[in-house]
Design a protein around this ligand. Structure first.
Ligand SMILES: [Zn+2]
Length: 55
């Protein structure tokens, strides 16, 4: 099990999903995606709220 963020979980109609063992990488890629594809800036807190953590 790894860290995971699904764009869909933020309420977007978007299939983008990131999964990695590196929490920082997941957050970085999610932030880049949100900015590039959705024109959104998201905070670390927002990303942590969306992130699924390893059990
Ligand atoms: Zn998206």
């Amino acid at each position: 099990m790894s860290y995971k963020i699904a764009c869909r979980d933020s309420g977007m109609d978007c299939a983008f999903c990131i999964e990695s063992d590196d929490e920082k990488e997941v957050m970085k890629l999610a932030r880049t995606h949100a900015a590039d594809k959705h024109g959104m800036s998201v905070s670390d807190d927002d990303l942590r709220g969306l992130m699924q953590k390893p059990a």
